[in-house]
Structures are given as structure tokens and as C-alpha cells.
Design a protein around this ligand. Structure first.
Ligand code: NAD
Length: 238
């Protein structure tokens, strides 16, 4: 039988850390070889792992990337809310080790990314674009990483799109609305509002298992890959 992939989990005491550890218990292909949280020594535990999964806080990212680099370990990075500088640091580290960086590990949201691009291309420049997201009251970043990625997809689709018949360029303004409250795991709506019609794409996550299973699938996928920055779209072949 193939040996299970050994995962070092960073942010293990958090909501996502617990969900990943619970999901891993039911899968013989993976095992959690180490659990770390704030102020635990990362460098000591990394030797006994094949891959690192980090769902913690942006302040951990620099150390996590550096330790993965020094030990040539692949990284699955689920933490969101990075600054531009931190994002550049992740991109630089990905030149030497494989890093899978995804704002959302659910299969449904990755289908939403694909659909959003297709619909924006189909409907063209006459539709106004709005993104609405809602999360639980403890979420630290706003807008969510998923909402930001949806915005990037819409901007890209628009910049490649056709011009209006009167020669004007398409609207670049995309409304982004963040709601926080209760225990909402994660909801994202992309609204395409036109004259006399409106199309909405909605994704609702009802528990964290979907993100946890996606992260475990990503961890299995990334072991043995060449250095580079990968996304969940690569794992799913979208
Ligand atoms: P949480 O606050 O419940 O847990 C975060 C954990 O990280 C805590 O236990 C905290 O003590 C720990 N931590 C904080 N700083 C640390 C450090 N420097 N080193 C090590 N551990 C540290 O948060 P959560 O809901 O589990 O979310 C964690 C992150 O994952 C957030 O950035 C969130 O936005 C993101 N997230 C991503 C996805 C996805 O699919 N990509 C899904 C859900 C959440």
C-alpha cells in the first residue's frame, strides 16, 4: 500500500485547522504529521512532513514561505488578506518551491470562477457588475480573498471584451460589498445587471468541510510538482 502523504498543519487550532484535521482522519491517503499554531517552532517539525498546509494568519506567511524554501517543501496556502508586498513574497518563493495559493478550496467556488469569466465574456460591456459577499463576524479580511479573485476575473474579462457600439470602452467599475455577521461560513454572489434583466451567480458554503477536503486534495496534488505558483483551477483542471 502507498504510504500516506505527511502534512504539517499551520493554524491547527483555528476553525479551518480543526476542519482539515477532522477531514484527514477519514482519508487513508493523508496523515497529519504535525500541528502548529501561533509561536510553535515551524523549523523543527517540517523535516517529518511531505507538504505544509497553512490556514492561519498573514503575519505567519513570511516565516512559512521561508521555512518551506529552506527545506524544499511544497506549500498549500489557504490564508487570505495578504498585502501586495506579502503577495510578491509568495510569488518569489514559488520560483524555488511549488506553492498552491488559493483564496477558496471549494470545488463549487472554483466552478463559480470559471462561470463568472464565461458569463462576463458572453454578456459583454452593457451589464453592470457587482460582487456581494457575506462571512461570519470573526473573519479578519474584507473583502474576502474569493471576492477579490472574482473582481480580478471580471476586470480581465472586461479588458479583453468588445467595446460598446458607440465606441466607448466598457465600464471598469465593479461594486464590491462585504457583509459580516453571525456564523455564515461563506457566501458570494456575482450580479450582472442589464437593461430589463439581471443574472446572478450565487455560491453558498454551509460548512468548512468543503474547503478542508479541497486543501487535502491540493496537498496530494502538489507533492512532486515542479516549483511554481499553482491555483485550485490547476488541481481541478478547469
Ligand atoms: P481562525 O482565526 O479560526 O484560525 C486561525 C488560527 O491561526 C488560530 O488558531 C491562530 O492562533 C493561528 N495563528 C495566528 N497567527 C499565527 C501565526 N503567526 N503562526 C501560526 N498560527 C497562527 O481562522 P480560520 O477561519 O481558520 O481562517 C484561517 C485563514 O484561512 C484566514 O485567513 C481565512 O480567511 C482563510 N480561509 C481560507 C479559506 C480557503 O478556502 N482558502 C477558507 C476559509 C478560511
Amino acid at each position: 500500500m502507498k504510504k500516506p502523504i505527511r502534512i504539517l498543519l499551520v493554524g491547527a487550532k483555528g476553525r479551518m485547522g480543526k476542519a482539515i484535521a477532522a477531514a484527514a482522519k477519514n482519508r487513508s491517503e493523508v496523515t497529519i504529521s504535525g500541528k502548529l499554531d501561533r509561536s510553535d517552532p515551524l523549523a523543527l517539525s517540517i523535516h517529518d512532513s511531505d507538504v505544509v498546509i497553512d490556514f492561519s494568519h498573514t503575519e505567519a506567511t513570511e516565516l512559512v514561505c521561508r521555512t518551506c524554501l529552506e527545506n524544499k517543501k511544497p506549500l498549500v496556502l489557504g490564508t487570505t488578506g495578504h498585502t501586495e508586498e506579502q503577495t510578491k513574497l509568495i510569488e518569489a518563493a514559488a520560483q524555488a518551491v511549488p506553492i498552491l495559493f488559493a483564496p477558496n478550496f471549494s470545488v463549487g467556488v472554483n466552478a463559480l470562477f470559471w462561470l463568472t469569466r464565461k458569463v462576463a465574456e458572453l454578456l459583454g460591456p452593457d451589464f453592470d457588475l457587482e460582487i456581494v459577499e457575506m462571512h461570519h463576524r470573526s473573519k479578519k479580511d474584507s473583502p474576502s480573498g474569493t471576492a477579490k479573485r472574482l473582481g480580478e476575473i471580471l476586470i480581465k474579462a472586461r479588458s479583453h471584451g468588445r467595446k460598446r457600439p458607440n465606441g466607448e470602452g466598457p465600464h471598469d467599475e465593479i461594486g464590491m460589498h462585504s457583509l459580516r455577521g453571525g456564523d455564515v461560513v461563506g457566501e458570494h454572489t456575482v450580479i450582472f445587471a442589464g437593461q430589463g434583466e439581471r443574472l446572478e451567480l450565487i455560491h453558498r458554503a454551509s460548512n468548512r468541510e468543503t474547503f478542508a477536503l479541497g486543501a487535502l486534495r491540493a496537498a496530494q496534488w502538489i507533492v512532486g510538482k515542479s516549483p511554481g505558483l499553482y491555483s485550485m483551477q490547476d488541481v481541478l483542471g478547469l
